[in-house]
Design a protein around this ligand. Structure first.
Ligand SMILES: [Fe+2]
Ligand SMILES: [Fe+2]
Length: 358
C-alpha cells in the first residue's frame, strides 16, 4: 500500500478549523515554521566612522538636545540592522553633547555603558551622584535604575558609544514601564570624584565582606553592577602585559574581560559582557550562538564573516551575527572593544561555541 502524503494525514474538516478559530487556537504544525521569525535576523555589517561622523555632525548642527521630543532626550545616531538596533539583544549608538549642553537626567531598567570616543576631562557623565570624567577610551557603567545625565563643560563636542540591552528589554521582554525622568535637569552631585571607585576598586571595606555578603559562586549574576569608570590607561597597559607574557586566545587575541567590580568576575552586566582585545596576528575561525558587536579602538584590518569581509579602521563599528563562522585579520596591531550577549545564553544554559570541522 502506498504511503500517504503528510498533507493528506493533516487534513481537517472546516468544522474543526471553525472550532479552533472561535477559541483562538492553532494547531502546532501550522505555526511551528514561523516560530523564531518574529524578529529580523541581523546581517554581518559595518558602520564606517567617516559615515557616522558625517551623520552625527549633521544632526548636531540641526538639533539641540533641549529641543528633542519627550523620550530618552539623547542626540544619538543609531546603527540599524534589525528592527530598531544593530542586533536583537545589543543596541549601540553614537551620542554627542556640544559644549555647554546637558543631556537631562533620567534612569531606566536597561543596563547601559559609555565607551568614550572623543572625550575630555571636563565632559562628565554623572551617575548615582558622582561626576565621571570621560577621557578617550574610558568605559563608564550606568547600571539599571541609576540616575544619569551628561554635562559638557569643555569647549569641544564630545562623542561616545552608548551600549544598552534595549532590544532585549523593550522588544523581546516588552518591558515598557521601566523609565523615569528626574525632577531636575541635572541630578545633584552628592559624592566626590572617586567615590564609587573607593567602594568597588582594588580595596573593599571589611564590613562589606561579612557573612552572607561574601560573594559566592552562585551570587555573581545577582550582585548589582556598580557605577564605575574603567580608565583606558590601566586596561591598555594590562593588554600589553599579556602580549609580553601570555599566549593569545586563538579566536580573540590577547583579551581582557571587563569585570563586575562588585564581584571581580565577568560579566559586567547580567545581560552583556565586554572585553578589550589586542590582536597582532590572524585569529582562528570559530562560531557561536551569541552576538558579537565590535568597536575598533585602534588599528586596521578585516573580519571575515562567512564569505563576507568587513574591512575596518579606527572607530568603525561592526557586528558578527549568531552562528556565523568568523575570524579576524589585523593589519599589524589592532585593539577592539567586543560586546556580547553571552550572559543571557549562559543564564538559560543555551550557550554554544565551536570551531569549523575543516
Ligand atoms: Fe539613559
Ligand atoms: Fe567570536
Amino acid at each position: 500500500m502506498a504511503q500517504q502524503e503528510p498533507e493528506e494525514l493533516l487534513e481537517m474538516s472546516s468544522d474543526t478549523w471553525d472550532i479552533l478559530e472561535e477559541h483562538n487556537l492553532q494547531p502546532l504544525w501550522e505555526i511551528e515554521d514561523d516560530m523564531g521569525n518574529a524578529l529580523e535576523d541581523p546581517e554581518a555589517e559595518i558602520w564606517k566612522w567617516e559615515d557616522m561622523q558625517e551623520a552625527i555632525d549633521a544632526i548636531e548642527r540641526d538639533v539641540p538636545i533641549s529641543e528633542l521630543p519627550p523620550g530618552f532626550q539623547r542626540r544619538v545616531a543609531v546603527p540599524i540592522n534589525t528592527a530598531h538596533a544593530i542586533s536583537n539583544s545589543i543596541y549601540v549608538g553614537v551620542q554627542t553633547v556640544s559644549p555647554g549642553e546637558t543631556a537631562p537626567s533620567h534612569r531606566h531598567g536597561a543596563n547601559a555603558l559609555r565607551f568614550t570616543i572623543d572625550g575630555h576631562e571636563d565632559m562628565k557623565t554623572v551617575v548615582a551622584g558622582e561626576e565621571f570624567p570621560m577621557k578617550d577610551n574610558d568605559l563608564i557603567t550606568t547600571p539599571q535604575w541609576e540616575w544619569h545625565d551628561h554635562v559638557n563643560e569643555s569647549d569641544e563636542t564630545a562623542a561616545w558609544l552608548d551600549v544598552l540591552d534595549l532590544p532585549l528589554v523593550l522588544d523581546s521582554l516588552n518591558a515598557k514601564n521601566t523609565f523615569e525622568y528626574h525632577e531636575l535637569e541635572r541630578q545633584p552631585v552628592t559624592k566626590s570624584q572617586g567615590y564609587w571607585a573607593s567602594q568597588y576598586g582594588r580595596g573593599r571595606a571589611q564590613e562589606d565582606l561579612q557573612g552572607d555578603d561574601i560573594p559566592g559562586p552562585f551570587d555573581g549574576i545577582r550582585e548589582p553592577t556598580p557605577p564605575y569608570r574603567f580608565q583606558w590607561d590601566n586596561m591598555v597597559e594590562s593588554l600589553h602585559q599579556r602580549s609580553d607574557n601570555n599566549d593569545p586566545n586563538p579566536h580573540d587575541g590577547y583579551s581582557l574581560a571587563y569585570v563586575n567590580p562588585a564581584t571581580g568576575e565577568p560579566p559586567l552586566f547580567p545581560t552583556m559582557s565586554f572585553r578589550a582585545q589586542l590582536m597582532q596576528e590572524e585569529t582562528d575561525p570559530h562560531f557561536h550562538n551569541m552576538t558579537e558587536v565590535f568597536f575598533v579602538i585602534e588599528g586596521e584590518g578585516a573580519t571575515h564573516v562567512g564569505d563576507k569581509a568587513l574591512e575596518w579602521g579606527k572607530w568603525d563599528t561592526f557586528i558578527v551575527p549568531p552562528d556565523e563562522i568568523h575570524h579576524h585579520e589585523p593589519d599589524g596591531e589592532a585593539t577592539l572593544l567586543a560586546m556580547t550577549d553571552r550572559p543571557v545564553y549562559e543564564a538559560f544554559n543555551l550557550y554554544a561555541e565551536a570551531t569549523p570541522s575543516s
